[in-house]
Design a protein around this ligand. Structure first.
Ligand code: NAD
Length: 496
């Protein structure tokens, strides 16, 4: 399939294979079906790609298992794995505009943001793990003079990886980078909503020279291909990013099949806590980025905003101003100067609109937004939306909306803010704004979340671990920590 772009941000053709990528070859599904790909900016059909069924998953797993036993795993030294990953990065770096265009087309992301955030970070992640490939080390453990004991960090074997649609390539890099660096082989399933960039990425696997079977990429539906991966007897580990509901299903399938190791990055309802002593201009800027970034489709979205009473009115004024600015810059991801694109799909659009209705009916005040933007375009645009007068038991405060909808609440004391912020089953991230360093650190430590951002929001770094407390997940990705979730420790004890 070839898509011709002739837009202010990108001109050129981008071609993708639409089949399944197994054993470094493009194949048709044996028993699967197909996926209709929709452009969220227009609501129009773009192309059709293959969808894998369980037998296709079997073929991919067999290829990955063979590669692990014969060419990859401990058969390829870390230096060589690092070299191949660096080669992959060089090839990727030459095509970043192409990848950005395809990602923006498939997801509705603003092209410039895709280029400078998603695609840039994807490259950073692969480079980072290319550097780690020859630096994974065990330890020697002193016990007594008649024994030599040491540990080895060995790969699991075949890893299943199931990724979401909100950051398709970036999520791919978080999973594929550390898995390859540590010697695992992969069967990866992108989201059925955004299958395109992973298909383009597969071409680089061949060009970089990875042996057949090391990386297999199968598009497919969650309950079919995703389920087949989660319950596969020959998959040793499954890594997933997506909703908490699906995370539960994957963990159940893993438990009931072969007790495969599970890493989960799940949903969130992250608090943004703004104290009277915050730098308010900065707090407003970051709070807006926290909730509106990627059209609110971020698991770390700062969707519950708690503001101390002394700055509440000023905050609302300024936050409204930023929201109006973003609303004015809502439109085609490929036009220049845009800030905000469409939601990913009709289903997500409907879901967010129903949350907006529930906010109104539960008694919150719809302060600004709440409407479809530019219905004539056919795209899934929703205005950035602020609710005020929110209460902790409202659905818009309790549940993950995954859209550009902020629920704002007022608080009096630090203790009250901590209690309100922690009143959630999620624990992915939190944001704290205060220029009082003691308070900022105290509150960051008191909040129950895997990431605490102080005086900033959504600021990712490849070297810093990421993952959830409570029902936001299990395990950590990124940084050196990701090497641990892709290796198992063998202790060797030798009698001297
Ligand atoms: P989802 O969890 O259903 O989908 C994510 C991935 O899981 C996709 O690849 C999907 O095909 C796969 N999947 C679905 N059912 C599966 C199953 N039974 N077994 C194995 N894999 C399965 O997410 P969604 O339906 O696309 O979005 C719904 C909600 O999930 C969103 O509104 C949001 O709340 C949340 N979400 C969170 C993240 C995140 O990064 N935390 C990302 C995407 C979606």
């Amino acid at each position: 399939y070839t898509h011709s772009f002739d837009t202010p941000r990108y001109k050129g053709d981008v071609t993708v294979h639409t089949g399944l990528f197994i054993n470094n070859e493009w194949v048709d599904p044996v028993e699967g079906g197909s996926i209709e790909v929709i452009n969220p900016t227009t609501g129009k059909h773009i192309t059709t790609v293959s969808a894998a069924g369980p037998k296709d998953v079997d073929l991919a797993v067999d290829a990955a298992a063979k590669a692990f036993k014969t060419t990859w795993g401990l058969h390829t030294p870390g230096t060589e794995r690092g070299r191949l990953l660096n080669k992959l990065c060089d090839l990727f770096e030459q095509r970043m505009d192409e990848f950005s265009a395809l990602e923006a087309l498939d997801t509705g992301k603003i092209f410039d943001k895709a280029r400078h955030i998603d695609i840039k970070l994807t490259l950073d992640v692969f480079r980072y793990y290319a550097g780690w490939a020859d630096k994974v080390q065990g330890k020697t453990i002193e016990t007594n003079e008649h024994k030599l004991a040491y540990t080895r960090h060995e790969p699991f074997g075949v890893c299943g990886q199931i990724i979401p649609w909100n950051f398709p390539l970036m999520m791919l890099s978080w999973k594929v980078g550390p898995a390859l660096a540590t010697g695992n082989t992969i069967v990866l399933k992108p989201s059925e909503l955004t299958p395109l960039t992973a298909l383009k990425f597969a071409e680089l696997i061949v060009e970089a020279g990875f042996p057949p079977g090391v990386v297999n990429i199968l598009n497919g539906y969650g309950p079919v291909a995703g389920q087949a991966i989660s319950e596969h007897q020959k998959i040793a580990k499954v890594a997933f990013t997506g909703s908490t509901l699906t995370g539960r299903k994957i963990m159940k399938a893993a438990a009931e099949s072969n007790l495969k190791v599970v890493t989960l990055e799940l949903g969130g309802k992250s608090p943004t806590v703004i104290f009277d002593d915050a730098d308010l201009d900065q707090a407003v800027k970051w709070a807006a980025h926290g909730i509106y970034f990627n059209m609110g489709q971020a698991c770390t979205a700062g969707s519950r905003i708690f503001v101390q009473e002394g700055v509440y009115d000023k905050f609302i004024d300024a936050f409204t101003g930023v929201t109006q600015y973003i609303t004015a810059k809502t439109g085609d991801p490929f036009s220049g100067g845009m800030e905000h694109g469409p939601q990913v799909s009709q289903v997500q659009f409907d879901r967010i609109m129903s949350y907006i209705e529930s906010g109104k009916s539960e008694g919150a005040t719809l302060h600004i937004g709440g409407q479809q933007h530019d219905p004539a375009s056919g795209g899934y645009f929703i205005q950035p939306t602020i609710f005020t007068d929110c209460k902790p038991d409202m659905k818009i405060v309790k549940e993950e909306i995954f859209g550009p909808v902020a629920a704002v609440m007022k608080f009096k004391t630090e203790e009250e803010a901590i209690a309100l912020a922690n009143d959630t089953s999620y624990g992915l991230a939190c944001h704290v704004f205060s220029m009082n360093i003691n308070r900022a650190i105290r509150v960051a430590h008191a909040l129950e979340a895997g990431t605490a951002w102080v005086n900033c929001a959504q600021s990712g770094d490849v070297a810093v671990p990421f993952g959830g407390y409570k029902q936001s997940g299990i395990g950590r990705e990124l940084g050196q920590y990701a090497l641990d979730v892709y290796t198992q420790v063998k202790a060797v004890q030798i009698n001297i």
